[in-house]
Design a protein around this ligand. Structure first.
Ligand code: ZN
Length: 93
């Protein structure tokens, strides 16, 4: 009998808000919304330490595009307004 330890001892899994695939959280980037004046800016939470609600995303422009088109950040982070993704775009290339 073979027991596959790789699937039983895994890091916590999160769902990418872009492609909706489930992934170990170490392979995803946590994104939080930070208020800057009257704008909401998407900030990559590289150390997973920023407070508040987070959205998880592959470090992949395709997933960022998908998330933007689906308004996935707005939903995942429960935002009332549009989210500025310019900073995130510079990080995810
Ligand atoms: Zn993805």
């Amino acid at each position: 009998m073979v027991i596959d330890l790789s699937t039983t001892h895994r890091a916590p899994v999160r769902t990418c808000v872009g492609c909706r695939r489930r992934e170990s959280r170490v392979d995803l980037l946590r994104v939080v919304a930070v208020e800057e004046g009257d704008r909401l800016v998407a900030v990559p939470d590289v150390r997973s330490r920023l407070p508040g609600r987070g959205a998880w995303l592959h470090r992949c422009p395709g997933c960022l595009d998908l998330a933007e088109r689906r308004l996935a950040f707005t939903r995942a982070l429960r935002l009332r307004g549009p989210l500025d993704l310019a900073l995130l775009r510079r990080v995810i290339t």
